[in-house]
Design a protein around this ligand. Structure first.
Ligand code: ADP
Ligand code: TZD
Length: 589
């Protein structure tokens, strides 16, 4: 617990008697003390009015304060930290524009079910509410509400403890997500008795309590699973977040059921596990008769649980049944009927299933596992040939084959991945071996998470980070290479440089001077951007050059950017979601 006296620079009223000062604390200190009391030791943010001193004092009080060049990247870092640590990641911004810059990240965190708290300073309430034109005037509380689980404002120093406790519990309990906390400028300089201040703080007890599934729902789920001829387990990023790694592995191995990881669940079991059905994805989704969803929603990423992906329009008639484990009861039946909902936290639900699976459990029929193995072998050997292509300029397969080899050597490295083709190919080519080692565009398919996620991964784990970035995707957060250099983080950014959004081949149909909307400056030297701030820049034109540069970067732990030159004709428009891209319909236009 600190008081104003611990930080003499903040004492602004020398006339006040020393005794009185000793007994006082203020809003700045109470915010920091409340966060620290709850085990939060890092703030991602960007200073300015009215939170500049908060960033200084937080550092002085021993917190890690990571200062970014744009709030969206600080917000994305906070979200990723929340996902990796099960503690809400904190993003701290200034009022109106800074707040809005952070809001996209808060919304993205909420959509992804990552716990984070966006704390923004705000302007004078009286002026904002009368719309009298204050500096950075905005009704931030109401602006934030639709984009997060809850929004709170603290007006009085004595409420800081309770306000922060509410924010933490809301972010973590039930389905995790984003919380907005509004701190008006006037709050920070409010003083109160130090002892009363200390007593007003709350250490949140059990912010994400276990939620045990009802026993009858466990029995129902086991019955459905036992009746399966072609069962499948589908692991989502909720399963990765839950940190029930041993239980999940035991469930997969004890039942012998083939499993499919969603992209951020890769590595919960090593991708090379013999029960992984990832290399036979379309086959298992179409053919499975019972699917156990563990922390995965049947949203667009899973074709809403119906249609061709799931075996055609008659899938329901074919009696495809879903068992769904989720902490959020209203997720059930959101897209298709769920035969056996299992509501609770993943650790408890999976443990309950395991307890009901005795030694007499029948493994899935060999017909099913054999058919999957056959398809896997075929697809994997087809893929292997493509991955060793040594062409220059590189295509996606050649470049990713090189990266895959390095990740195999360094399974502790965290992979951050965004882009269109760069995302889709990397997801299927780069094997992951450990839980929570892959961070990507997630539920929205958002571009711009790259450098924020990379910074958070490096800061919270200290492990090497490999950010595999489309050249367009990188541009959204590229300035943070300065942040990476400033904090000397072990991040290697690999840019798949194919001269544009998706590809670099479009031409302006009018023949005019402006380039096509999807095209960038050709042959850009992104590597020089990293060199500008003292990091290492490398140009790689062959898979071998890329592999060596990446190995060296990971071994050195130094900020590195590899400009990987990719054939501008490689890839497809929109990567694997071309079907979602409306095409012009009028024939004479
Ligand atoms: P993916 O995109 O990987 O398929 P989603 O983000 O769609 O995964 O799904 C994650 C799901 O996990 C959400 O529905 C969320 O409510 C759920 N979830 C998150 N944490 C837990 C937990 N600890 N226990 C149970 N369910 C959880
Ligand atoms: N803006 C935001 C915030 N998110 C988005 N998803 C997009 C725009 C649209 N978009 C995509 O969906 S992928 C992409 C954009 C702009 C970039 C694709 O180009 P790339 O990757 O260079 O990053 P590839 O590998 O060359 O396809």
């Amino acid at each position: 617990m600190s008081t104003v006296l611990d930080n003499p620079p903040t004492i602004s009223k020398p006339a006040v008697a020393a005794e009185a000062i000793r007994a006082q604390t203020d809003g700045f200190h109470l915010v920091i003390d409340a966060l620290k009391l709850n085990g939060i030791d890092t703030i991602f943010g960007l200073p300015g009015i009215p939170i500049t001193d908060l960033t200084r004092l937080a550092q002085a009080e021993g917190m890690r304060v990571i200062s970014f060049r744009h709030e969206q990247n600080a917000g994305n870092a906070a979200a990723a930290a929340g996902f990796l640590t099960q503690k809400p990641g904190i993003c701290l911004t200034v009022s109106a524009p800074g707040f809005l810059n952070g809001l996209t990240a808060l919304a993205n965190a909420t959509v992804n079910c990552f716990p984070m708290i966006l704390i923004s300073g705000s302007s004078e309430r009286e002026i904002v509410d009368l719309q009298q034109g204050d500096y950075e005037e905005m009704d931030q509380l109401n602006a934030a509400k639709p984009f997060c689980k809850a929004a709170f404002r603290i007006l009085h120093a004595q409420d800081i403890g309770i306000g922060i406790a509410r924010a933490i519990r809301t972010a973590l309990s039930g389905r995790p997500g984003g919380v907005y906390l509004d701190l008006p400028a006037k709050l920070f300089s409010q003083t109160m008795d130090a002892v009363a201040g200390r007593e007003s703080l709350i250490k949140v007890i059990d912010p994400a309590p276990r939620q045990l599934p009802a026993p009858d729902t466990v029995q129902r789920a086991l019955q459905v699973l036992e009746g399966a001829k072609r069962p499948l387990i589908l692991l989502g990023k909720g399963a990765a977040y839950a940190q029930a790694d041993d239980e999940i592995r035991a469930l997969v191995e004890k039942t012998g059921i083939p499993y499919l990881p969603m992209s951020m669940a890769k590595g919960l079991l090593p991708d090379t596990h013999e029960q992984s059905a990832a290399a036979a994805r379309s086959y298992v989704l179409a053919e499975a008769d019972v699917v156990l969803l563990v922390g995965a929603r049947l949203n667009w990423l899973l074709s809403h649980g119906k249609g061709k992906t799931w075996g055609g329009p008659d899938a329901q008639k074919l009696a495809k049944k879903f068992i769904q484990i989720d902490i959020s009861p209203t997720e059930i039946d959101s897209n298709v009927p769920i035969a056996a909902p299992l509501i609770g936290d993943i650790g408890s639900c999976v443990s309950a299933l395991l307890a009901g699976i005795g030694s007499g459990w029948k493994k899935p029929p060999a017909e099913w596992t054999g058919a999957i193995a056959e398809r896997k072998d075929k697809n994997l050997s087809k893929m292997a040939a493509m991955l060793t292509q040594d062409v220059s300029p590189m295509n996606f397969h050649g470049a990713l084959g090189a990266i895959r080899d390095v990740v195999r050597q360094r399974p502790d490295a965290i992979v951050v991945n965004e882009g269109a083709n760069t995302l889709d190919f990397a997801r299927s080519i780069v094997d992951m071996y450990e839980p929570r080692k892959r961070l990507d565009c997630g539920t929205w398919g958002i571009m711009g998470i790259g450098m924020g996620f990379a910074v958070a991964a490096a800061v919270t784990t200290g492990k090497p980070v490999i950010a595999i970035e489309g050249d367009s995707a990188f541009g959204f957060s590229g300035m943070e290479v300065e942040t990476i250099c400033r904090y000397d983080l072990p991040v290697c950014v690999v840019i798949f440089n194919n001269n544009g959004v998706y590809k670099g081949t479009d031409a302006n149909p009018t023949g005019g001077k402006d380039p096509a909307p999807t095209v960038f400056v050709k042959n850009s030297r992104y590597d020089l951007l990293m060199e500008a701030f003292g990091g290492k820049g490398v140009v790689a034109t062959t898979p071998d050059e890329l592999k060596r540069a990446l190995q060296e970067a990971v071994a050195s732990g130094r900020p590195t950017l590899i400009n990987a030159v990719i054939d501008e004709t490689a890839g497809t428009e929109s990567g694997r979601i071309t079907s979602l891209n409306p095409q012009k319909a009028a024939i004479n236009k």
